[in-house]
Design a protein around this ligand. Structure first.
Ligand code: SF4
Ligand code: SF4
Length: 439
């Protein structure tokens, strides 16, 4: 056992309201400079949606796809290898500015002086219709405005009659739409591909807390880290010619303060803490060949900080006593391993990400009215899970490499927790079986 300490974060997606306060405060703190105008170390993307940068999850597009080689190591597919050779000279798989977004300056005068209009904008981004003019017509969070649904306020009498006739059906269709927010920072991976891909040795992972940083003096601007990061969380400063990325606010963390995004989060949904892990298990977990075991394999790397053997080994490894105690109090250990409600983002990328997510349970309201089932009632718990508006398959694609079983288990546990707390808050007698589900 080789015990190491790692900073990490868990975000509870049910609480994110998409206010972007975290992004703005992060930008003010870290990227409010020339050369990085387009950069958001912290971004909040709309799901479903293209993300930021656009389509970053399409690993075929950016890297030609990953595969496991005969030794069980992660490598690029054959086509990808050729592209990689080529990329040593040209690095052609970099996102372009239009994949991020082109920053602009608002005309604030126009905001207050423009006359009131009769209609809200209804035009779709031109790029989605014609495939052209992307940088003008597409931007991060455009997806907010793309949700389908009927316009029930149309004044056209024929359309209005049609809409009213089909009202019930339309309403049901409309209520099937869903959207949620996914805040993202660098994952400060246990197996960071940005570090592995840097030809200059400028990207490094700090031994004491696992934070991944760029040595600005050593960076030569190859941008292999931008290509190599599957989460696209390294950015290029076109003014300095160097790579930059989220620092997990290390100057704050070092003096006991939370990251800026955590401190300013309106939804109070970000939990940060220390995890202890076994460094000897990382390579094995990252190269597991069983896709269904990817999430569990990553979870098994973490060590129980309350286990006296682990605590002793951690001390022997030179981890300070206050860090071990922080790991014992860590909300991350509780959410990931005790309650098991947090899941990693895209474990199939095999970089062992350290920002985990509690998947969104809401909304369950249409279940209440249409099926006569209360989604938050303990007795109806399992029926309600099957009728959630956000498809479990979609969440599984994000968090468990497509395996729906762990997501279903987490959502049931969350529903049980919600039900239990509702009974507690209403002063009603609580159901012991639900308490057991909550753990
Ligand atoms: Fe590196 Fe990307 Fe992982 Fe961050 S998310 S540590 S930039 S591989
Ligand atoms: Fe979501 Fe919090 Fe960021 Fe607002 S500040 S967008 S609630 S993560």
């Amino acid at each position: 056992m080789r015990v190491m300490a790692q900073m990490g974060m868990v975000m509870n997606l049910d609480k994110c309201i998409g206010c972007h306060t975290c992004s703005v405060t992060c930008k003010q703190a870290w990227t409010n400079r020339s050369g990085v105008e387009y950069v958001w170390f912290n971004n909040v993307e709309t799901r479903p949606g293209q993300g930021y940068p656009r389509t970053y999850q399409d690993q075929e597009r950016w890297l030609g796809g990953w595969t496991l080689n005969r030794r069980g190591r992660l490598s690029l597919k054959a086509g990808g290898r050729l592209k990689k050779l080529f990329s040593i000279f040209a690095n052609p798989k970099l996102p372009a500015i239009e994949d991020y977004y082109e920053p602009w300056t608002y005309d604030y005068d126009n905001l207050v002086q423009a006359p009131l209009g009769d209609h809200v904008p209804v035009a779709r981004p031109k790029s989605l219709i014609s495939g052209e003019d992307m940088q003008v017509r597409w931007s991060a969070n455009w997806d907010d405005d793309l949700g389908g649904g009927p316009d029930l306020t149309r004044s056209d009498p024929t359309l209005k009659a049609m809409t009213e006739k089909a009202n019930t059906q339309v309403r049901l269709e409309f209520e099937k739409t869903f959207m949620f927010y996914l805040p993202r920072i660098c994952e400060h991976c246990l197996n960071p591909s940005c570090v592995a891909s840097c030809p200059s040795g400028a990207m490094y992972k700090r031994a004491e807390d696992g934070i991944v940083l760029v040595d600005q003096d050593r960076c030569r601007g190859w941008r292999m880290c931008v290509t190599g990061c599957p989460y696209k969380k390294v950015y290029f400063n076109h003014r300095t010619g160097k790579a930059e990325k989220c620092t997990f606010c290390f100057p704050r963390v070092e003096v006991g303060l939370p990251t800026v995004c955590s401190e300013t989060c309106v939804g109070r949904l970000r939990y940060i803490g220390v995890m202890l892990y076994d460094a000897d298990r990382v390579a094995e977990a990252a190269s597991t060949t069983d896709e269904h075991d990817l999430y569990e394999a990553q979870r098994r790397v973490f060590l129980d900080p309350n286990d006296p053997v682990v605590a002793r080994e951690a001390e022997r490894a030179g981890i300070p006593r206050d860090w071990i105690e922080a790991a014992q109090r860590s909300p991350l250990w509780a959410l990931i391993n005790t309650y098991r409600v947090a899941l990693p983002l895209h474990p199939e990328y095999r970089t062992m990400p350290m920002v985990w997510y509690i998947p969104p349970l809401s909304p369950v309201v249409d279940v209440v009215r249409d099926a006569g089932v209360d989604g938050e009632d303990a007795g109806n718990l399992f029926g309600a899970i099957d009728a959630l508006r956000i498809p479990i398959g979609y969440l599984a694609e994000l968090f468990t490499a497509g395996d729906p079983a762990p997501v279903t288990t987490v959502l049931r546990r969350l529903a049980a927790m919600r039900s239990y707390m509702r009974e507690v808050n209403l002063g009603r007698p609580t159901d012991e079986s639900i308490a057991a589900t909550v753990g």
